[in-house]
Write a protein that binds this ligand. Structure first.
Ligand SMILES: Nc1ncnc2c1ncn2[C@@H]1O[C@H](COP(=O)(O)OP(=O)(O)OP(=O)(O)O)[C@@H](O)[C@H]1O
Ligand SMILES: [Mg+2]
Length: 228
């Protein structure tokens, strides 16, 4: 049976891509064939083969089965702006059916799909489409990536409340050390552990050049949860 998870974050730049790529490294090292997906990406380079997004490329680099770009990232927009605005500028509306089809195509080659969201949980996908709609349609448990910086407690607790209020399952959370100067880091982590009401799947320490393969042991708890 195919399985998948949705990776959201406390905000843009929280560490979703790094956490998603590290989850892929964990799963693929454990013998499960896993691929990444970034269904909607704004902020892409024009290339000879079309628009290419760095997050999608990172996920592909850590995926099994060399997935086709179009299945990993069915919606790619050039400007690094909110995706519903980028889609409107391009004269298109993001629709679930296309994401669902790409997800199904991707799933034929792997046993697990790690889907990276856009921005934070409440970043809209369209005039009538939220990320929660995608998560419910694809029946994805959610992993929240908390970017460890001042303000993260508020962002994390609001995100957890919104995820649950939207009828999704918060399966766990991952912290990422995006701020080297963060004060009271351990106390913040303890507060998150006490209050998020979901398991911590690992903490990615700050790394000057973070490498998902090197960080994979930090997410050993995720392997147990995702393979269960
Ligand atoms: N543990 C860490 N150590 C060092 N740098 C980190 C860490 N976690 C994240 N970063 C850096 O912070 C930046 C944002 O991380 P990342 O791209 O994973 O966030 P994101 O939530 O995926 O952002 P987006 O909303 O653009 O998709 C990147 O430059 C990344 O390398
Ligand atoms: Mg990202």
């Amino acid at each position: 049976m195919n399985r998948a998870v949705y990776v959201t974050g406390t905000d843009t730049g929280a560490g979703k891509s790094l956490a998603a790529a590290t989850l892929l490294a964990v799963l693929n090292a454990s013998g499960l064939r896993a691929a990444g997906m970034k269904p909607v990406a704004s902020g892409c380079e024009h290339t000879a083969t079309g628009l290419r997004n760095a997050d999608a490329e990172l996920l592909i680099a850590h995926s099994a089965g060399a997935p086709a770009y179009a299945n990993v990232n069915p919606y790619a927009f050039a400007d690094p702006i909110a995706p519903h605005l980028a889609a409107a500028d391009a004269g298109i509306e993001i629709c679930l059916a296309r994401i669902d089809a790409a997800f199904a195509a991707l799933s034929t080659n792997v046993q697990f799909v790690v889907v990276e969201g856009v921005g934070g949980w409440m970043a809209p996908l369209g005039p009538r489409l939220m990320q929660a709609d995608l998560v419910r349609a694809l029946h994805l448990p959610v992993i929240l990536v908390v970017g460890l910086r001042l303000g993260c407690l508020n962002h994390a607790l609001l995100s957890a409340r919104a995820i649950r209020a939207d009828g999704a399952e918060l399966a766990g959370w991952i912290a990422s050390g995006v701020d080297t100067q963060m004060a009271r880091r351990e106390d913040n982590l303890a507060t998150l552990r006490e209050r998020l009401g979901a398991p911590c799947l690992g903490v990615l320490p700050y790394a000057a050049a973070p490498d998902p393969a090197v960080l994979a042991p930090q997410l050993a708890a995720a392997r147990r949860l995702l393979r269960a």
